[in-house]
Design a protein around this ligand. Structure first.
Ligand code: NAD
Length: 272
């Protein structure tokens, strides 16, 4: 079997596309031939990422969108369809955690606000579901499509401190399986919904948890993570690209409803 990732003529929509991980995914998709719509709450940054793709010889547009607002997503869909005509691939990348939904020395479980937790549940879970409604409809109509959600190690066993993020990512994994089955049963056998579950990567989202601001060394949590990762290091954003490209390719044509850990064996290790 000749395995190659040729996305020429395909249209990919990437939410959270101005973020660290999804900007690099957008660039990788473009480098393999896809036309990419970079969607993000930070419209300026989405357009900057699209500009970088275009400057490198790819084809991209940047669109401001709020993944929690259906009208905003419908407007973005109209812009994508006007520019590129269809949607073949959706990467639901918008997500993250915040200090308002994280316990710590200065914030007990009992101090967490409902709004703070709700925001993170919504962003990660509903922020995956609503874009799937909007862009998945194009796939349901043409009976073909590929969706990749971003889960997390926090989905398998909850991580300490990150209460709402862990719950929301567990919901993202669950939704990935539900949606894969639903599309196949109700719309088409040619729509695949999978997720990747990154292990610990050092990005702006989690830097405040992993690096001690004063010393620049690992926090206790950072050291615990390194000890719990048999490969003994954080992942790099590039480490996710192989799985993303694979899931977008014909080589993954029978891979559906899967959640692929990319974690240096973190999820395989009991600690003993
Ligand atoms: P990031 O903060 O760099 O990127 C997230 C992007 O989402 C940002 O550009 C932000 O503007 C955008 N965004 C936030 N709210 C939005 C909204 N309402 N509508 C549209 N866009 C919105 O984070 P990242 O590290 O690149 O994470 C990307 C995804 O990977 C997230 O789902 C995150 O939970 C997940 N993830 C990250 C790690 C990690 O170690 N960094 C590990 C596991 C999973």
């Amino acid at each position: 079997m000749d395995i190659k990732v040729d996305l020429k003529g395909k249209v990919a929509v990437v939410t959270g596309g101005a973020g660290v991980l999804c900007a690099s995914m957008s660039k990788a998709l473009a480098a393999h031939g896809a036309k990419v719509a970079v969607l993000d709450l930070r419209g300026e940054d989405a357009r900057r990422v699209a500009g970088e793709i275009n400057a490198a010889g790819g084809t991209a547009i940047g669109v401001a969108v709020d993944v929690l607002n259906k009208e905003s997503l419908e407007n973005a869909k109209a812009e994508v369809l006007a520019s590129f005509g269809t949607v073949d691939i959706l990467i639901n990348g918008a997500g993250g955690n915040s200090p308002q939904a994280t316990t710590g020395p200065d914030k007990s479980f009992f101090d967490l606000t409902v709004q703070g937790m709700q925001n993170i549940l919504n962003l990660n879970f509903m922020g995956t579901v609503i874009p799937t409604q909007v862009f998945g409809q194009v796939m349901a109509e043409k009976k073909k499509g590929i969706i990749i959600n971003i889960s997390s190690m926090a989905a398998y066993t909850p991580l300490t401190r990150t209460i709402a993020y862990s719950a929301a990512k567990a919901a993202v994994s669950n939704f990935t399986q539900w949606m894969a089955v639903h599309f196949n049963q109700e719309y088409s056998k040619e729509i695949r919904v999978n997720a990747i579950a990154p292990g610990f990567l050092l990005t702006e989202q989690n830097r405040y948890l992993l690096i001690d601001e004063k010393t620049g060394g690992p926090t206790k949590r950072g050291q615990d993570i390194l000890n719990a990762t048999p490969m003994g290091k954080y992942g790099a954003q590039e480490d996710l690209l192989g799985a993303v490209l694979f899931l977008c390719s014909e080589a993954a044509s029978f891979v559906n409803g899967a959640i692929i850990p990319i974690d240096g064996a973190f999820s395989a290790y009991s600690g003993v």
